[in-house]
Design a protein around this ligand. Structure first.
Ligand code: TYM
Length: 326
């Protein structure tokens, strides 16, 4: 069975857009692949994070992902920072990566421009990412297009290491999520729903109350036609709401269109709000059960144990091949 692995930085809140576009995608992939999902908390540190907020967010992240349907029986879940062999592997890989290669990464170029006093961690970020991917022989790495270059670097570094020291790593490939739909901002439905960029009323957070969800959906920007029809170009607002329903309920655009023949937007929006509330309430209930339970610790303990053993084996194999043994 092929192995997929991906990581997410605990920096910022999760939105309905992240849920439909990314988390749900991994929920589907976990049935077909051996799946590894980790919280990239070391990567989060490459840009300053308030320690208290970061600490709280890490646990919230794990609880939310499980509440969203990531199944710990199918998917190995762990915290990157609890595996000390990963930064150790990363250092060995740093010695196999050229400075020119690392400094040509687009993310590094952009982020190092944003702040004059950027950290060295920002430069070595993709090499730590290579260690995340290579230690467990992941075949496929589902990421957004912005991370494709980093996965390619991991592949180049793995190939170079294999050539220099002998066959050690599986060569990984990026699986660029064709996340079909991109859920749009409710107030500005031509833009992606994003916590950092969007208008507050255009973004549904996974932690919004039923009243907040209802208010945001009832005030979502639409057009004046009052006909429920899918047309992303001319009716981006209504099409976005239809996309939300299609993805949450698993029904077709045609089903929705037929259901609302002769009915107006008010009725349609009430229907959308009820569906979003139903799904988010179920996730929030599960989240509340999890967040203060022992279950999360048990899941993370199990995940890190397996992850650590694999990373230790890979690290010792690398050391042996590189000549750093007693
Ligand atoms: P993070 O948390 O910044 O992003 C998590 C995932 O979301 C994708 N993404 C996007 N996709 C499409 N459009 C966007 N606007 C957008 N913004 C973010 C990212 O591509 C990513 O897939 N470096 C990783 C974390 C990581 C990792 C790894 C991933 C660390 N080690 C090893 C895979 C394998 C990141 O960007 O996280």
């Amino acid at each position: 069975m092929k192995k997929i692995l991906t990581g997410l930085k605990p920096t910022g809140e999760v939105t309905l857009g992240n849920y439909i576009g990314a988390i749900n995608q991994i929920v589907k992939l976990q049935d077909e692949y051996e799946t590894y999902l980790f919280v990239a908390d070391l990567h989060a540190l490459t840009v300053y994070q308030d320690p208290k907020e970061l600490h709280e967010r890490i646990k919230r992240f794990i609880a939310l992902y499980i509440a969203c349907g990531i199944n710990p029986d199918k998917c190995l879940i762990y915290l990157q920072s609890e595996n000390p062999y990963i930064p150790a592997i990363s250092f060995l890989l740093e010695c196999t990566t050229y400075y020119g290669e690392a400094s040509r990464m687009i993310q590094f170029k952009e982020k190092s421009k944003e702040n004059k006093n950027f950290s060295v961690g920002l430069l070595t970020y993709p090499i730590l990412m290579a260690a995340d991917i290579l230690y467990c022989d992941a075949n496929l790495v589902p990421v957004g297009i912005d991370q494709k270059q980093h996965v390619e670097l991991a592949r180049d570094v793995a190939m170079r290491f294999n050539n220099k020291y002998g066959e050690t790593f599986v060569l990984p490939e990026a699986l660029i999520a064709d996340f079909g739909v991109k859920i749009k901002d409710l107030k500005n439905p031509t833009k992606k729903m994003s916590k950092s960029e969007g208008n507050k009323d255009g973004v549904i957070s996974m932690f919004d109350t039923a009243d907040e969800i209802k208010r945001k959906i009832m005030h979502a920007t639409t057009d004046s036609e009052n006909v429920v029809k899918f047309d992303e170009e001319n009716k981006p607002g209504i099409s976005n709401l239809m996309n939300i329903v299609v993805n949450l309920e698993g029904i077709s655009i045609d089903d929705i269109t037929n259901k609302f023949i002769g009915k107006g937007y008010k009725e349609f929006k009430e229907y959308v709000a009820d569906i979003v509330i139903k799904h988010l309430t179920a996730i929030q209930d599960r989240y509340n059960e999890l967040i203060n339970s022992k279950e999360i610790d048990n899941i993370l303990d199990k995940g890190i144990k397996i992850s650590k053993q694999l990373a230790k084996d890979k690290y010792l194999d690398m050391c042996q091949k590189m000549g750093i043994v007693r």
